[in-house]
Design a protein. Structure first.
Ligand SMILES: NC(=O)C1=CN([C@@H]2O[C@H](COP(=O)(O)OP(=O)(O)OC[C@H]3O[C@@H](n4cnc5c(N)ncnc54)[C@H](O)[C@@H]3O)[C@@H](O)[C@H]2O)C=CC1
Ligand SMILES: CC(=O)C(=O)O
Length: 320
């Protein structure tokens, strides 16, 4: 008996550093049967697709295509938006809001015309504001619109903790919450190595994280992008992998806990703003935001992060 397998389709909007690297990581990890890139620059998208296509032999079976015609996104299950302006050295993510919300206002209705059943994943910065914009411009239910949020920042945090303590990143359980930006913060109160609370952890070599080390790590996460942008103009590899992880959780209906950005409705006294908290991700997008315990200090930081994102959202005509 012939088995018919429905092909999964990932559309990536923007074939710049982030979009092309996301396509590359998604191909290597085999997250979708069909991957397409859409960009306003025909020369750019054609060249990226050609280059990626030449590597297909070395990846799990998949097809890649691309165009400057938005119809290439037709029927996509997930649309990842990476199009738009990026930070120049010294610029904050929030300074990109006006121009990138404008791009989103034009893009989202046209994308939904060709892919009405998609889950929208925002990567463009400032990602929390852009997730709010996509919710508003799409009219989709809150579960179907999410941002890559602090999945990347949490990976940075885990790597820094892991290298400080001499353990594997995969054994570090720790999150960055709040804005993907300058007001983000590590949730130290629930961080652990394996099942050992980080405050109690001492490595076999006697390594532990004192308050000074934690402060330094928190600062290094916040300034990581700036450091990379000063050196090479953009960040692309880790964000490509982080966004691929979110897409994989959606297309495989994993119900995986990931710190994506989504509409916060009452957690820790915060509402009506998109921010990151660990959330379950399934085939419909956001299955639910988890009730993560936080210390009083962390709750204050979360509320301050909400205020910062709301102020920028309001300044570009979004939110209440
Ligand atoms: N959320 C996250 O963790 C991260 C977000 N970013 C953000 O991702 C965005 C993209 O960064 P890069 O790829 O480095 O920039 P880039 O400048 O290399 O690429 C942007 C691409 O968007 C395309 N584009 C612009 N307007 C478009 C439209 N209306 N429709 C289709 N394509 C359009 C451009 O032609 C260009 O190819 C920036 O906003 C950046 O800040 C970057 C790294 C991490
Ligand atoms: C650019 C950016 O948002 C990042 O690498 O975190």
């Amino acid at each position: 008996m012939a088995v018919s397998l429905r092909r999964s389709k990932l559309a990536i909007v923007g074939a710049g550093s982030v979009g092309a690297t996301l396509a590359y990581a998604s191909l290597i990890k085999g997250v979708a049967h069909d991957i397409v890139l859409y960009d306003v620059s025909r020369a750019k998208v054609t060249a990226e697709v050609l280059d990626l296509r030449h590597g297909l032999q070395f990846c799990p079976p998949a097809d890649i295509d691309g165009s400057d015609d938005i119809a290439v996104c037709a029927g996509a299950d997930v649309i990842a938006i990476t199009a738009g302006a990026k930070q120049k050295p010294g610029q904050t993510r929030l300074e990109l809001a006006e121009v990138n919300v404008g791009i989103c206002r034009d893009l989202i209705p046209r994308l939904l015309e060709v892919a009405p059943d998609c889950v929208l994943l925002l990567v463009t910065n400032p990602v929390d504001v852009l997730t709010m914009a996509a919710l508003e411009f799409s009219g989709l239910g809150k579960s179907r619109v999410l941002g890559s949020g602090t999945v990347l920042d949490s990976a940075r945090l885990r790597q820094l903790i892991a290298s400080s303590l001499g353990v594997a990143s995969q054994s570090v359980h720790a999150w960055i919450a709040g804005e993907h930006g300058d007001t983000e913060f590590p949730v130290w109160s629930s961080a652990s190595i394996g099942t050992v609370p980080i405050a109690d952890f001492v490595s076999p070599d006697g390594l532990r994280l004192d308050d000074v080390a934690r402060e330094r790590i928190g600062r290094d996460v916040v300034t990581a992008a700036e450091q990379i942008i000063r050196g090479k103009g953009a960040t692309n590899y880790a964000v490509g992998l982080a966004a691929t992880r979110v897409i994989e959780a959606i297309l495989r209906d994993e119900k995986a806990a990931l710190p994506i950005s989504s509409l916060i409705e009452g957690q820790h006294g915060v509402s009506d703003v998109c921010l990151s908290l660990p959330s379950l991700v399934d085939k419909n997008g956001v299955m639910g935001v988890l009730d993560v315990p936080m210390s009083e200090r962390e709750i204050g930081l979360f509320q301050a992060s909400a205020d910062a994102v709301k102020a920028v959202a309001r300044s570009v005509g979004l939110g209440r």
